[in-house]
Structures are given as structure tokens and as C-alpha cells.
Design a protein around this ligand. Structure first.
Ligand code: TGC
Ligand code: FAD
Length: 387
């Protein structure tokens, strides 16, 4: 690592392979050099740092687990460590990579035709084409099975009407993976920028994820050729399987955000002199720092085991729900406490915890709210759906 971010009390490093450490350290250095110096200003000005996209592509951060179409062919633990490091920079940067990889490249790879894969995946891996994922609608996101956006078959085309809301990268995207109800159930469509009747509008005045673009998508009789339908995506399980990919990375991301907050608190506590000595000598400050390390360390090992299960092909989506719930809640708790530990300075954009805490208010809601993940785990252990 560039320098030690977390005391490695349980020798987490020894549980990683050389390749995994190398991937993590490469991304960590890049985040330190390229993201941290600019991200406060991006957050303040509501700007996504688009100039970083080619560099992320160059490092192989888009679709990193695919071994074809110009992708890096890394394992899922590497993918998780990438997400951890990106979110140590900012949740918005991690969101960009999550959406591109888990929510757009994944469905094209898993459910697309050979032509769709060939057309989109190499360009998306290079960061030359950007994707977004339209599932949530204005009337509610937690129950996507009741979506109102409809696609009706007319000859060789589909005609889509409806709207999607809160869509990351919406207005940036060259291609939107859009989920719509049809007479045969839910299907996925690749809606391209510029198709007549397809428009987007950015959502302004967010107090969270300000370094990320969030948009509404509108479909007014958008004619989409059948060749743009994902041929192997049938039913709600298809979009939910994409969420499993992104939620996996978000769990690791929560660890990264918490690491950044802890690190800033430790540095502050070492130099802040109050009541005759530095804060790091005060019992209550030590308890709070130790508690952050306790929470981060436990979450890190949860993520690692989840990654090993994913690499072994035995991971279940309810395990991902537990990890997303646990790690994002942990990150938010750490960020809020870190904000307080920094005193008044903690409300300034100069300090990262307030930015991470505000970002994590979105992260705890998107990709399934905390309640939805609790209910998914509840269903798994009782056998009763209580949604
Ligand atoms: P349910 O009966 O549970 O499931 C329908 C079918 O899907 C299967 N399934 C899954 N498959 C893969 N992965 C998962 N996570 C899956 N969850 C369920 C399931 O086995 C079933 O298959 P089959 O063959 O039996 O039909 O469906 P339900 O209608 O009861 O819904 C359950 C519920 C509430 C858990 C689901 O609707 C849900 O997860 N809701 C939350 C919606 C959500 O998370 N939306 C996120 C939108 S995208 C986003 O927020 C991007 S933010 C990105 C960023 O910026 O980083
Ligand atoms: P609702 O579903 O209306 O829920 C409202 C409240 O009710 C919540 O507290 C919820 O936990 C609770 N609730 C829901 N069901 C139950 C129940 N059965 N029992 C008890 N309580 C319940 N979506 C996309 O499709 N693509 C994206 O790229 C995307 N990016 C996003 C980016 C940001 C910054 C944000 C904030 C959201 C994004 N979303 C995206 C949307 C996100 O997935 C939804 O906000 C989320 O799924 C919740 O939906 P909702 O906001 O409509 O809340």
C-alpha cells in the first residue's frame, strides 16, 4: 500500500494473493494521486470527474471480471478490492464503475446476443461508451416487479413508454439498459442515446453523491428494434441478478469509505492538543478509534469470504444482501462518528467524513434499501417473505 491506512490487526494481507494485493495497491495509488486531490471540489460543484474515465479504463476497472472482450479477467476478490479503493476516494467514483461494470456490462454479457456483446463490451471496457441502468420508477423503486414502463411489440420493433428515476449516469450514457413490462413479463432493452422519444433530465440539488450524475429517463413511444432486446433476459430475476453484482461491490465500497474516515480521524487525533495533550491519548478518543477499526476489520473479512464464495460459484444473493446491509450501515456509522470526532472542522468539505456520510445516505438507499436487505435476509432464515 502507498502507506498504511488501517492497522492490519488480523493480517488481512496474508489472506490475499500477490495478484490481489497488486491490484488493490495499484488502484489505491491512483485514488491517492488522481481522485483525492480533486474530489472535494467535484462534490462541491456537483461535477463528475469525466476526465478520470479513460484512466480507469486503462487500469482495466470496467468489467474487470470478464476474461473476454478486452476485459482484465480478474477474480471477484480483486473486483471487490477495486471497489473498496474507489469508494475510499468517493462513492460517486465507485458508483460510476459499479454501474458500468455490474449493471450494464454484466447484463449485456449474461443476457445479450453475440452482436450486442461485440458491439458494446469492448467499447465499454475502454470507457468509450458509457452505460446506465433503468429499473427504478418515479412511483417506487423497492418493488420493481410492479413497474409501469411498458414495451409493446409492433412488427419487428418494440415501442417503449414510461419513465425511470434516480438513474446514475443517465444523461452521460450512450446506452441505457432499460427494464420494461411486456405481455410476456419483464424484459431488458438497450435504448440508445438519440433514439427518437428518448430523453433525459438531470436531478439537481442533491445533498448526496454530488460528484455523480443522477438523471430521470423518459420514454415517449421510443421505437427499439428487436435486435436491441436482451434475448436471454426473461422475468424479474434478470434485473435482480444484475443487482447482485453491483451490491457485491457496494459492500466492499462501504469498507473503503470507512477506512478513509478512520484514517482522517487518526491523523487529527495525533496532532490535536486539548487539555494539555494530544487527543489520541484520551480514553474516549481511543475507544472511538478502536471501535472504527473493530467495525472495519470485521466487515473486511465478511467481504473477503463473500468474494471467495463468489469465486467458487457458491455465493447466494441473500449473502450479498447481508453484506450490503452490514457494510454500508457500518460505513455510515463510522462516517457520522468521524464527522463528530473532527469537531467543527468536520463539517467542512476539507474533511472527508462529511462527504462520505452524505454519500452513504444514498448508498444505504440505492441497490435495495437497508429495510429491503433486512427483509431478504429475514425471508432466507424464516422462509416467509414479509415485504
Ligand atoms: P422474488 O420473487 O424475490 O424474485 C423474482 C425472481 O428473481 C430471483 N431473485 C434473484 N436473482 C438473482 N439475484 C437476486 N438478488 C435475486 N433476488 C431474487 C428469485 O429467485 C425469483 O426467481 P424465480 O426463478 O423464482 O422467478 O421477487 P419479489 O418481487 O418478491 O422482489 C423481491 C425484492 C423486494 C427482494 C426485490 O424486488 C428487490 O430486490 N427490490 C429492491 C430493488 C432494488 O434494489 N433496486 C435497485 C435499482 S438499481 C440501483 O439502485 C443502482 S444504484 C447504482 C449506483 O449508482 O451504484
Ligand atoms: P421506496 O421504494 O418508495 O421506499 C420508501 C421507503 O419504504 C424506504 O424507506 C423503504 O425501505 C421502505 N419500504 C419499502 N418497502 C417496504 C416494505 N415492504 N416494508 C417496510 N418498508 C418498506 N435506480 C436505478 O434503477 N438505477 C440507478 O442507477 C439508480 N441510481 C441511484 C442513484 C442515487 C443517488 C439514488 C438515491 C438512487 C438510485 N436509484 C437507482 C434508485 C434506488 O434504487 C431506489 O431509490 C431504491 O431502490 C428505493 O426506491 P425508492 O427511492 O422509490 O423508495
Amino acid at each position: 500500500m502507498p502507506d498504511v491506512i488501517l492497522p492490519d490487526l488480523f493480517d488481512f494481507n496474508s489472506c490475499l494473493t500477490d495478484d490481489e494485493r497488486q491490484v488493490r495497491d495499484t488502484v489505491a495509488r491512483w485514488v491517492d494521486d488522481r481522485v483525492l486531490p480533486i474530489i472535494g471540489e467535484c462534490f462541491e460543484k456537483e461535477r463528475f470527474p469525466m476526465d478520470l474515465v479513460p484512466e480507469m479504463a486503462e487500469m482495466g476497472l470496467f468489467g474487470p471480471t470478464f476474461a473476454d472482450y478486452g476485459c482484465a479477467g480478474l477474480n471477484n476478490v480483486c473486483y471487490g478490492l477495486i471497489m473498496q479503493e474507489l469508494e475510499r476516494g468517493d462513492s460517486g467514483v465507485r458508483s460510476f464503475a459499479s454501474v458500468q461494470s455490474g449493471l450494464c456490462m454484466y447484463p449485456i454479457h449474461a443476457y445479450g446476443s453475440p452482436e450486442q456483446k461485440q458491439r458494446w463490451l469492448p467499447e465499454m471496457a475502454r470507457g468509450r461508451k458509457i452505460g446506465c441502468f433503468g429499473l427504478t420508477e418515479p412511483d417506487g423503486g423497492s418493488d420493481p416487479g410492479t413497474m409501469k414502463t411498458r414495451a409493446v411489440k409492433k412488427g419487428g420493433d418494440w415501442v417503449i413508454n414510461g419513465a425511470k428515476m434516480w438513474i446514475t449516469n443517465g444523461s452521460l450514457a450512450d446506452v441505457a439498459v432499460v427494464w420494461a413490462a411486456t405481455d410476456d413479463g419483464i424484459r431488458g432493452f438497450l435504448v440508445e442515446k438519440g433514439m427518437p422519444g428518448y430523453t433525459t433530465r438531470d436531478i439537481p440539488h442533491k445533498f448526496s453523491l454530488r460528484a455523480s450524475i443522477t438523471s430521470e429517463l423518459f420514454f415517449d413511444n421510443v421505437k427499439v428494434p428487436d435486435s436491441n432486446r436482451l434475448p436471454r433476459a426473461e422475468g424479474l430475476g434478470a434485473p435482480l441478478s444484475c443487482l447482485t453484482q453491483a451490491r457485491y461491490g457496494i459492500a466492499w465500497g462501504g469498507v473503503g469509505a470507512a477506512m478513509a474516515c478512520y484514517r482522517e480521524c487518526l491523523e487529527f487525533a495525533k496532532q490535536r492538543v486539548l487539555f494539555g495533550t494530544t487527543l489520541d491519548r484520551k480514553q474516549m478518543i481511543q475507544v472511538r478509534l478502536a471501535d472504527m477499526v473493530r467495525q472495519i476489520t470485521a466487515a473486511q473479512f465478511l467481504c473477503l469470504q463473500l468474494g471467495r464464495l463468489k469465486d467458487a460459484g457458491t455465493m447466494h444473493h441473500s449473502q450479498v444482501s447481508l453484506a450490503k446491509w452490514h457494510c454500508v450501515r457500518m460505513g455510515l456509522d463510522v462516517a457520522r462518528d468521524a464527522r463528530d470526532l473532527l469537531g467543527a472542522g468536520g463539517i467542512s468539505i476539507e474533511c472527508c467524513p462529511i462527504r462520505h456520510a452524505l454519500n452513504l445516505e444514498s448508498v444505504i438507499t440505492y441497490e435495495g434499501t437497508e429495510t429491503i436487505h433486512q427483509l431478504i435476509v429475514g425471508r432466507e432464515i424464516t422462509g416467509h417473505g414479509a415485504f
